[in-house]
Design a protein around this ligand. Structure first.
Ligand code: KIV
Length: 262
């Protein structure tokens, strides 16, 4: 997939879309050799790579730096970059300069969290020629307001609000919508009511696609075991084992051998 037009085609063909996050060149090179459809330089980079407690710590400069690194490792995939915390709330000039930097770093689209108070700005960005991906449900940049990383839309009132803004975002021109940590039934209703594809994370099996954080699905984020996550490999133990082996072989003088010497 190398264009946003493919997103809607996939929905029309009922052909699921796979998305993973990526923050660096070498991971991008691995993803590039798979059939994964699209790559998101998520602001989760601030937590996964930089060790901050939330995505509030992501900055435009951080996102630009990682987007450029990922772009260098990709040849085919559709690349989306997150607009970080408050970048869309600091006035139109800051918003557009941030997007300009992300697109010049290689992003083909930006993801903007939330919708309330943002619809005009999102429409302006779309009409400026920038594809925008929406993000509703658990919006981690609002972590402090939401009281933590928790299921959203479980009560009728909040479910209605998410449905309302999903439609508004579609009207504002977003090309797809991430639904994070919402009940599967709500995600299904929203998916069926929209013409744009929904991409779920912790939103059940009925969305038009799924996204996971790369390090989570590779089992590298130790002690992170939310119900929605499937770890496809125990990467943490696998890599730890390789490092231990290297350490032992150095100390026992088993590495390097003649084979590794000049
Ligand atoms: O930043 C991120 O990783 C995300 C995904 C979880 C959708 O926004």
């Amino acid at each position: 997939m190398n264009s946003l037009l493919d997103f809607r085609k996939r929905k029309e063909a009922a052909n699921p879309i796979s998305v993973v996050t990526c923050y660096d060149y070498w991971s991008a090179r691995i993803i590039n050799e798979t059939n994964i459809d699209a790559v998101l330089v998520g602001d989760s980079v601030s937590m996964v790579v930089h060790g901050f407690p939330s995505t509030v710590h992501a900055e435009v400069e951080m996102m630009v730096y990682h987007t450029a690194a990922v772009k260098r490792g990709l040849s085919e995939k559709f690349l989306i970059a997150d607009l970080p915390f408050l970048a869309h709330r600091k006035g139109k000039r800051y918003l557009m300069e941030s997007i300009d930097s992300l697109m010049k770093a290689g992003a083909q689209a930006v993801k903007i969290e939330g919708a309330e108070g943002m619809l005009d700005a999102i429409e302006f960005v779309v009409k400026s020629g920038v594809p925008v991906m929406g993000h509703l449900g658990l919006t981690p940049q609002s972590y402090h307001q939401l009281g933590g990383f928790r299921l959203q839309g479980a009560e009728a009132e909040s479910a209605e609000q998410i449905e309302f803004y999903a439609k508004k975002l579609e009207d504002a021109g977003v090309f797809s919508l991430v639904l994070e940590m919402v009940p599967a039934s709500l995600a299904q209703r929203i998916t069926e009511s929209l013409t744009i594809p929904t991409i779920g994370i912790g939103a059940g099996p009925h969305t038009n696609g799924q996204v996971l954080v790369l390090q989570d699905l590779l089992g590298l984020t130790k002690d992170f075991d939310p119900r929605f996550l499937k770890k496809y490999v125990n990467g943490f133990e696998l890599l730890k084992g390789a490092l231990r082996q290297f350490d032992e072989e150095v100390k026992q003088r088993h590495f390097p051998t003649a084979k590794h010497s000049y």
